[in-house]
Design a protein around this ligand. Sequence first.
Ligand SMILES: [Zn+2]
Ligand SMILES: [Zn+2]
Length: 166
Amino acid sequence: MVIAALDSVYQVKVVLLPAKPPYKNAFTNFKGIRYRADTTIAMLRREKPDSMDYILGVTNSDICITKYAADGSIKNPVNKYTDFGIFGLGYRPGPSSVISTYRLGDFNTLLAKERLAKVSVHELGHNFGLPHCPDKKCVMTDAVESIATVDNALLRLCEKCKRRLK
Ligand SMILES: [Zn+2]
Ligand SMILES: [Zn+2]
């Protein structure tokens, strides 16, 4: 479903690479087993084959980032935001991104698969240079830490984001 979604939204050629375990140097256990999304993206960028423009990692493991306040210190509550669990991460622009099924619900359901497809299109959108979109129905809307936002968005770019991409 991720491949079909990326193909239909961006018309890109998607190549599935062999599966591999999560990066050991991204492991963290500050509050349960998680993998640093920023470290994972850096590793993916290093390992991206030259024949590919972008690389998207998909994992079942919980992935996290540290969220910072405007003054540069870790956002409060520090315990929550040091290793904050996320759906996905992709820099804008960038060659690599990572998404996780961990926070998307039971993966046997169509709903969870749709969520993963949306997150993949969203993170690759960032890699392509798209910022967050004010249109709540657009797949580039900011999830603001809530799965309900992802569910409310459609699996498509709004016209403004489409134009921006060109
Ligand atoms: Zn985003
Ligand atoms: Zn948009």
